[in-house]
Design a protein around this ligand. Structure first.
Ligand code: AMP
Length: 420
């Protein structure tokens, strides 16, 4: 074993489990691609102020969890803790919003970094697939994104997840609510830090997980009762559209989420098999974010789904994805001449688009057949001196055990026929 270990709060993705991660990313990507979202990739680090301004100065993500660094050139950077601010920055920088084609629909997949207290399901390096629809205020867009995320989880075979939905209001009604909540919070028995938070960002206090705090919040005013008519009507349309799509959700008037930029629609996908880190994905509308990072007004909506927790949720439900074996044909060569010829056959098969692998390392028949089994290949191609003298190789069906001799130049056709 190496003396080096993966850093605290991180882990390595290794086969065979890594194949599940790829499949999860792929399944989510399939849904968004199918709905007109284009792929975007941004750097793993950004100007630290993008997140300070975008995600919010008072959020845990910015105050405690960002990996910040100063480059040798003196630039202040941060490893990206989330995707939305970067994607919006990229869209603004490329003027995608000026090409008369709003909304700009983008999706991404990548690594994110937060210096969190590491525990099961909460890592310092994790992976998300996200989707953002930039520059349109349309409840159908909010609905589309919720439906697509739901569709991705369903396609994966997940069942025990719930969708929590709320509206956080807009710049008309939220300030009124904020003040009502603040004066309520001032009357509670809270520690200094929480009181300070109540002054800067009172909605975040609703998200406090401590039981003694939650107990005092039972009678807190709810944003629902303060929504302006426009926000109420908007929210009602989102609810109707996703209901019509057969998506089941729960209204959660206390759902606030940990980022400051959300307005109106907010939602979270929670899984009941994951313990305390139950959020597998979440998102919402962020109509003010573009202006917060120096852009024009661009009402937008998006989500990010956590790949790590989605895999944990699949494991918790005992869902085994139907993953095709990576290898279809495994070649077992006995002797130097057979190695040369079968290695050539493997190349020929691969060039024809058939997944093939080879018995490397000169292991002999028994060891090589073990490798063939382990590979999950449907077919084994076996050849020794005697076969080659006759100009054939043995083609073995690994399921039935049936074996037949095939002429060397007929291997590709025979393999194609057997694989269907
Ligand atoms: P957020 O950007 O906080 O809204 O998170 C969106 C999703 O990313 C969550 O629902 C989680 O699935 C995932 N996620 C966020 N933080 C972590 C973390 N520290 N470890 C693993 N997954 C995370």
């Amino acid at each position: 074993m190496s003396t080096f270990q993966a850093p605290k709060g991180t882990y390595d993705l290794i086969p065979p489990r890594s194949a599940v991660f790829l499949a999860v990313r792929d399944t989510i990507a399939t849904q968004v691609r199918n709905a007109g979202y284009g792929y975007v990739e941004t750097p793993g680090f950004e100007d630290v102020n993008l997140f300070a301004r975008g995600v919010g100065e008072s959020t845990d993500i910015v105050t405690k969890e960002m990996y910040t660094l100063t480059t040798k050139g003196g630039d202040q950077l941060a490893l990206r803790p989330e995707g939305t601010a970067s994607v919006l920055r990229a869209a603004l920088q490329a003027n995608l919003h000026k090409q008369g084609n709003l909304p700009v629909k983008l999706w991404y997949s990548g690594s994110y970094y937060r210096y969190e207290r590491a525990q099961a399901g909460r890592y310092r390096h994790f992976s998300q697939v996200g989707a953002e629809a930039i520059g349109a205020e349309d409840p159908a867009l909010d609905a589309e994104l919720i439906i697509l995320a739901d569709q991705a989880y369903r396609a994966l075979g997940l069942r025990q997840y719930r969708i929590l939905l709320n509206s956080l209001g807009d710049k008309e009604c939220r300030p009124v609510y904020r003040e009502a909540l603040q004066s309520f919070l001032r009357g509670l028995d809270l520690d200094e830090e929480t009181l300070r938070r109540a002054e800067i960002n009172p909605l975040r206090v609703l998200d406090d997980k401590r039981a003694d705090v939650q107990k005092q919040l039972v009678d807190a005013p709810l944003l629902r009762d303060y929504l302006c008519d426009a926000c109420k009507a908007y929210h009602e349309q989102v609810r109707e559209l996703i209901t019509a799509a057969g998506v089941v959700f729960e209204d959660d008037p206390k759902l606030v989420r940990g980022l400051d930029y959300y307005t109106r629609t907010t939602f979270e996908f929670v899984h009941d098999g994951l313990g305390s880190q139950s959020a597998v994905g979440g998102g919402g509308r962020y109509d003010g974010l573009s202006e917060m990072i120096g852009g024009p007004a661009l009402p937008s909506v998006g989500w990010a789904l956590g790949v790590d927790r989605t895999v944990l949720a699949l494991e918790a439900e005992g869902v085994a994805l139907d993953l095709p074996a990576a290898t279809s044909v495994f070649a077992v060569a006995l002797g130097e001449e057979a190695r040369r010829i079968l290695f050539g056959k493997v190349t020929e098969l691969r060039r024809a688009g058939i997944a093939a692998d080879f018995s490397f390392g000169g292991k002999g028949l028994k060891g090589s057949m073990k490798d063939a089994n382990r590979s999950g290949a449907r077919l084994a191609l076996v050849a020794g001196e005697r076969d080659l003298a006759e100009g054939v190789v043995q083609l073995k069906d690994m399921e039935s055990g049936e074996q037949r001799a095939v002429a060397l130049d007929g291997v590709l056709d025979a393999v194609r026929e057997l694989l269907g």
